[in-house]
Design a protein around this ligand. Structure first.
Ligand code: FAD
Ligand code: DHB
Length: 383
């Protein structure tokens, strides 16, 4: 099989890239390791920033987001038993939309399939070959039969554990945090109207939502913890303690927990994002800790730059934008790495360091007490 762009991974990055290329008249094939059901059931991020929502709308795939997404004009920071609102829209004129990554993936998949797009699901891990030559290719094996797709370019949108990273062979710059997030989805009406980011001496907690009936909650836990360590009762009572207000526990509305997972936190950038005819985008290229809600947004932004650059090269032989893709993308990526690291260090508990703890509280007080400092947070958060 032959195509112009072979894309690994049917996550937000790979699917949107394929769609944007299609709109530019460029042919692509998406090769996905897992089956369609698995990909669409995978629960992950939930915040779409202002600019990413515009990218989806401009690409004609913002209908679901505008219909079912929940616009948020502020967030709450909770620490020292006090609640402080950051009025993001007042400070920046922009807002975020709470809309699950699953829905973004579903919308993009449906649109690709309706447009006759080629998505090969359940291929197992695909491999990348010959990116330094003129005929790079992707191979995968299904039912003992080996398939090969020859392309002009290969896009590695296959996440943190894919083949794109290996084929790139870059030296990563990374940081591993000594904790993880336990995330749950519960059938419970959220007790909040805006997201609550809580810094408590027992650790970080986050109250988010998916709809009027479904709450999304996270707890900082030791990286070595397993789901068995967290029975339902322990999750709810720990959340109540970490969201305390005025010295009293403050309990989220309880409901059946129907999804749970533990994800480690780290920061990672593999530079540059190109090797020969291979380009990386999304989690394959970089990871941010989830505290700033940036992972999916970065993936969307990357491919909004990569798609027109690939199209300019393939349609007009114009190379400049493709050659500068890595540099242009990394400039923004590093600013988001900085924001995500800053939010993470300001909000999580790092061991027993008393100095660190006092500085965190002072930092939070300056953020909520200064319009300039609040605006800096809000600008980065809304994107
Ligand atoms: P992905 O969505 O990971 O898509 C990559 C795709 O490639 C997958 O479908 C995978 O199956 C496929 N694949 C992998 N290897 C191969 C291969 N060799 N061949 C073919 N296909 C392959 N961000 C937040 O902001 N907030 C959160 O709460 C949050 N929670 C997260 C929880 C978890 C467990 C994870 C892993 C990530 C989370 N993120 C979160 C980050 C966010 O979901 C990602 O940044 C986003 O999914 C990136 O999109 P992507 O398309 O680059 O990669
Ligand atoms: C959600 C996830 C995040 O990482 C975050 O910072 C805010 C919200 C969520 O899943 O809703």
């Amino acid at each position: 099989e032959r195509t112009q762009v072979a894309i690994l991974g049917a996550g937000p990055a790979g699917l949107l890239l394929s769609h944007l290329l299609h709109q530019e008249g460029i042919d692509s094939v998406v090769v996905e390791a897992r089956d369609q059901e698995y990909v669409q059931a995978r629960v992950r991020a939930g915040v779409v920033e202002h600019g990413a929502a515009d990218i989806l709308r401009d690409a004609g795939v913002g209908e679901g987001l505008d219909r079912d997404g929940i616009p948020h004009e502020g967030i709450e920071l909770r620490f020292d038993g006090e609640s402080h609102r950051i009025p993001m829209s007042d400070l920046t004129g922009r807002h975020i939309t709470v809309y699950g990554q699953q829905k973004v993936v579903r919308d993009l998949t449906e649109r690709r399939l309706a447009d006759g797009g080629k998505i090969r699901f359940a291929c197992g891990p695909a491999q990348i070959h010959d990116v330094d030559g003129d005929e790079p290719s992707v191979t995968y094996t299904v039912d003992g039969r080996r398939h090969r797709i020859v392309a002009d370019f290969v896009a590695g949108c296959d996440g943190a554990h894919g083949s794109g990273r290996t084929a790139l062979g870059a030296t990563p710059v990374e940081k591993v945090y000594p904790f993880a997030w336990l995330g749950i989805l519960a059938r419970a009406a959220p007790r909040i109207e805006e997201l609550v980011y809580a810094n408590h001496e027992r650790g970080f907690a986050l109250y988010s939502m998916r709809s009027a009936e479904v709450s999304r909650l996270y707890l900082q836990v030791p990286a070595s913890d397993r789901l068995e360590d967290w029975p339902d009762e322990r999750i709810w009572s720990e959340l109540a303690v970490r969201f305390s207000l005025g010295g009293e526990p403050w309990e989220p509305t309880r409901g059946e927990i129907f999804e749970r997972s533990i994800a480690p936190l780290h920061s990672y950038v593999g530079e540059p994002l190109q090797r020969g005819r291979l380009f990386l985008a999304g989690d394959a290229a970089h990871i941010v800790p989830p505290t700033g809600a940036k992972g999916m947004n970065l993936a969307i932004r990357d491919v909004s730059i990569l798609a027109p650059a690939l199209a300019a090269q393939l349609r007009h032989g114009y190379e400049h934008d493709l050659r500068s893709y890595s540099a242009r993308t990394l400039d923004h990526v590093w600013r988001v790495e900085y924001f995500s690291w800053w939010m993470t260090t300001m909000l999580h508990r790092f061991g027993e360091d008393a100095f660190n703890r006092r500085v965190q509280i002072a930092q939070l007080r300056s953020v909520v007490g200064s319009r300039a400092h609040s605006t800096a947070l809000a600008e980065a958060y809304v994107g």
